[in-house]
Design a protein around this ligand. Structure first.
Ligand SMILES: [Ca+2]
Ligand SMILES: [Ca+2]
Ligand SMILES: [Ca+2]
Length: 350
């Protein structure tokens, strides 16, 4: 089967055997013996060429179809080759993080992260777009306070914003800390304390796995219902009530044996871990934390978020750190294999 890289190379350089045949044919026509002796051979060669050209044309069509089917539009061969070179070099990302008692504690860090990803907020626009970012605040456009049933995969924003979220647990839910027709997190996890120990960065709802403390994110070109896999150059998330580390130090730390509870892990399209970090903590209840990174290129294919020391349900106390998520903010999803050239090319629809 023709690989994408082989197809791209062929598209760039053309089939070498056909070029050689054409050159030999022309030299023969110009030779002294050519006009007198060559007509039968010339016809034969012409038929060979015609057949070769038909095969070449058919092959090109096949390759073009294969390329389109995997979203390889090859805007420029030079860009593709430059991409292969740069893939070997991993430039460290810019890191944005903050934690504190309230929204003001993290607002400037979130805004700096947004600026690093770039304008505009692409909302529900059809992708792929060359610049900008996507955001999910889980709020249903504003004052929605319903608690959604846990589902996985969580595909609510798969088409509109190109984000798909999964958990190894029962599912993922959007909910206010308390209240609304279903009672919010306090009712979802049958723990009334959850109504007071969590706060929102964007009111009214938070996002959480149920039956697990792990959430994974993958990306697609917005507007195509998850058909075209994509990567992003940056991803950040807001958290509430990250208590650990609590400053006790490695020998007296509480809860997690890792010494911290909330972890962000970033993987490339080959599944390789390219960056990981714990999320900064803040003491007390209802605190907010933010952690995000931005690479130069769209290297991030998957993210694994570990929230707290264990799945929500138990009390948040000296041995357990329960954590919820709020806003997800990420770079405009770029189709796999052209992500590094799209920024310098005309926007292309798949
Ligand atoms: Ca929210
Ligand atoms: Ca707490
Ligand atoms: Ca906590």
């Amino acid at each position: 089967m023709l690989t994408v890289s082989a197809a791209r190379s062929w598209m760039c350089r053309g089939p070498p055997q056909l070029e050689k045949d054409a050159i030999d044919h022309e030299a023969f026509l110009q030779s002294p013996k050519g006009a007198a002796r060559v007509q039968p051979q010339l016809r034969h060669n012409s038929e060979k060429e015609e057949n070769a050209m038909k095969r070449y044309t058919r092959s090109i069509r096949t390759v073009a179809f294969a390329l389109l089917s995997v979203m390889v539009l090859v805007p420029a061969c030079e860009a593709a080759e430059a991409q292969d070179t740069r893939r070997k070099e991993l430039v460290p990302p810019a890191v944005f993080q903050a934690a504190g008692a309230n929204i003001a504690s993290i607002q400037s860090s979130v805004d700096a992260f947004r600026a690093a990803l770039g304008e505009p907020n692409n909302l529900n626009e059809l992708g792929p777009l060359p610049v900008g970012r996507r955001e999910i605040n889980w709020d249903g456009g504003g004052n929605v306070d319903t608690t959604t049933e846990p589902v996985t995969p969580f595909d609510v924003f798969l088409n509109t914003r190109g984000g798909q979220f999964t958990t190894p647990g029962l599912g993922l839910s959007q909910a206010p800390p308390a209240g609304g027709p279903q009672g919010g997190l306090a009712a979802l996890f049958n723990n009334p304390t959850y109504g007071t120990i969590f706060s929102t960065f964007s009111p009214l709802r938070l996002f959480t796995p149920v039956g697990s403390n792990v959430t994974e994110a993958v990306f697609f070109v917005p507007g195509f219902n998850g058909v075209f896999a994509a990567t992003v150059r940056g991803f950040g998330a807001v958290f509430t009530d990250v208590d650990e580390p609590d400053g006790l130090g490695p020998n007296k730390r509480r809860g997690s044996p890792r010494g911290a509870s909330t972890l962000m892990e970033y993987f490339d399209e080959d599944g390789k871990l390219i960056f990981s970090s714990f999320v900064p903590a803040s003491p007390g209840d209802g605190s907010l934390s933010f952690f995000g990174i931005v690479f130069e290129d769209a290297l991030i294919a998957r993210i694994r978020i570990t929230t707290g020391t264990e799945a929500p349900g138990p009390d948040d106390d000296g041995t357990r750190d329960i954590v919820m998520m709020d806003d997800f903010i990420y770079g405009e999803p770029q189709p796999l294999t052209i992500q590094r050239s799209v920024a310098s090319a005309e926007p292309t629809q798949p």
